[in-house]
Design a binder for this molecule. Structure first.
Ligand SMILES: *Cc1c(COP(=O)(O)O)cnc(C)c1O
Length: 493
């Protein structure tokens, strides 16, 4: 299976080349040329470990990796960095209502699901292509990707990683996690601006051919750890199949019957992986796209107009504070029947005018999606409702997805058994979670917040939290967006 660029269908590369490049050089994103159709024997699949499922699903998507190479990547990724052997547990909340917990990795957010394997996929891709360049990973983060990517690439020979995050736009725990990152090859910088500013400038730097040529002269090249990289996206398909298999195994659903997934969405990477799972034959009924107050995707699914011209709102679910959802480009490419000229024109409009609109026929491709947005007050209320009812404490992002599902279920739109995709541990956002539970948290120190949450939730401290607050801050740089390019140039030298 090969991958082609959304902006030029003739730009076709192998899986390993797509992973090495990150973004296509024409500014597009790589998408699979076709989708594999799996032989879904749930009797067998329900017995698979997470690692076996990963091998089964990834094999056709990474077709130029040998069996041995793929197995090795999987073994190195999904090991005891995770605090549970099942890697991605599914938890029953209520009748026909489950949470898929994707936060048991080393940075306690779902980004670990893909970023613990990406460095190995990248190294193997370099081997496959006899590529001896040093790889410089550029990443914009809304809070979680940055830490997870650095944790994966820290001290990996032949790589350097630079992470840009919005100053004041991440939680205090997220910031502490990033600033205490060890590894001589890791660099983390806050920028004066929001996530969109960081992500747009990272894309511009990628597409700067002068800079790219300079790098080539010193035997280096850029790649990306953002979900723009197919090496991020493809591993995320795995847990949709795994969740389904677990529900079959537990006797909660009949093999072959439909289930819905509700996904807290920012850059549209997680939910796009769900869509790819559906395209590959997983019996998904509806994919629920859950937005916070930055409801650009909700509006898009209502009337087909994508309009980023609006105020950027800082919320208690900061990893979803995004107005330019990169991966939507991939879905829109499929919706315009993979016409790269039409797609390029739409993206050009987004750049220059700040909005674009799809035709009714094009919007017809979105019939498997439902959407809702959840306000700050509803997010807090949802955390509280579920806690009161079941004792289960969820984080603010997961709460957005949970509430969106509850709303759509009550409207009779999402009626299948539903899986809420739980993307972060409440320990990552203790203040917002405790405020939601009615605790007067504003005056508490970070340590007091964690202790209080520990007391209420009975969830043991994840290793990611142990010693975090005492750890030494190793990074301390803030720059303007206009200085990002020069910063990258200096690190590249
Ligand atoms: C990144 C992130 C999201 C959004 O995921 P996308 O793939 O960007 O849509 C949601 N929740 C958490 C906790 C995240 O870290």
């Amino acid at each position: 299976m090969n991958y082609k660029s959304t902006r030029n269908s003739k730009n076709i590369v192998t899986p390993s080349q797509a992973i090495l490049q990150g973004l296509a050089t024409d500014g597009g994103l790589y998408v699979p040329e076709s989708f594999p159709i799996f032989d879904l024997n749930w009797e067998i699949l329900s017995q698979y470990t997470y690692q076996e499922m990963a091998h089964f699903i990834l094999k056709p998507f990474l077709s130029d990796f040998s069996d041995e190479q793929l197995k090795r990547c999987i073994e190195l990724a999904y090991d005891n960095k995770f605090d549970t052997e099942v890697i991605a547990p599914i938890v029953g909340i209520d009748e026909k209502h489950y949470h898929l917990e994707l936060f048991h990795g080393s940075t306690i957010a779902f980004k670990d699901m893909a970023l613990s394997i990406l460095p190995h996929l990248m190294k193997t891709s370099a081997e496959i292509n006899h590529n001896h360049n040093d790889i410089l990973i550029l990443t914009a983060t809304s809070g979680d990707t940055g830490k997870a990517a650095m944790a994966g690439f820290s001290d990996v020979p032949g790589t350097k990683i630079i992470v840009f995050y919005p100053e004041g736009g991440v939680s205090s725990i997220q910031e502490q996690q990033m600033l205490t990152q060890t590894g001589d090859n890791t660099h983390v910088v806050s920028i004066v601006g929001n996530f969109d500013d960081a992500q747009t400038e990272v894309k511009n730097i990628f597409n700067d051919s002068v800079l790219r040529d300079e790098l080539q002269l010193s035997d280096s090249q850029f790649s990306s750890a953002n979900s723009m990289n197919i090496g991020r996206l493809v591993p995320q398909i795995v847990y949709y199949f795994y969740a389904y298999a677990q529900l079959v195994k537990q006797g909660k659903i009949d093999a072959g019957s439909e289930i819905d997934f509700s996904v807290p969405t920012g850059n549209f990477g997680n939910i796009l992986a769900g869509y790819y799972a559906k395209r590959s034959g997983l019996p998904i009924g509806k994919l629920l796209c859950a937005s916070n107050d930055n409801k650009v995707l909700y509006d898009f699914f209502q009337d087909g107009e994508y309009n980023r011209q609006r105020d950027f709102i800082l919320t208690i679910s900061p990893s979803m504070d995004i107005l330019v959802s990169s991966n939507l480009e991939r879905l829109v490419y499929h919706a315009v029947n993979e016409d790269s000229e039409r797609l390029s024109a739409l993206m050009e409009q987004l750049d220059t005018k700040g909005h674009y609109t799809l035709t009714d026929e094009e919007q017809g491709h979105f019939s498997s999606f439902l959407s809702d947005y959840v306000t700050e007050a509803q997010t807090k209320e949802e955390i509280n409702i579920v806690y009161k009812k079941t004792g289960y404490i969820m984080d603010t992002h997961t709460a957005v997805a949970s509430r969106a599902w509850r709303n759509l279920n009550q409207e009779g739109l999402s009626t299948n058994p539903a899986v809420i995709v739980a993307t972060a541990s409440p320990y990552k956002f203790p203040e917002a979670v405790l405020v939601a539970l009615g605790v007067e948290a504003e005056t508490l120190t970070d340590q007091e917040l964690l202790d209080k949450l520990n007391e209420l939730s009975n969830i043991p401290y994840p290793p990611a939290i142990e010693g975090l607050l005492e750890a030494e801050r190793l990074h301390d740089t803030t720059i303007e967006v206009s200085d990002m390019r020069e910063f990258v140039r200096n690190i590249a030298r």
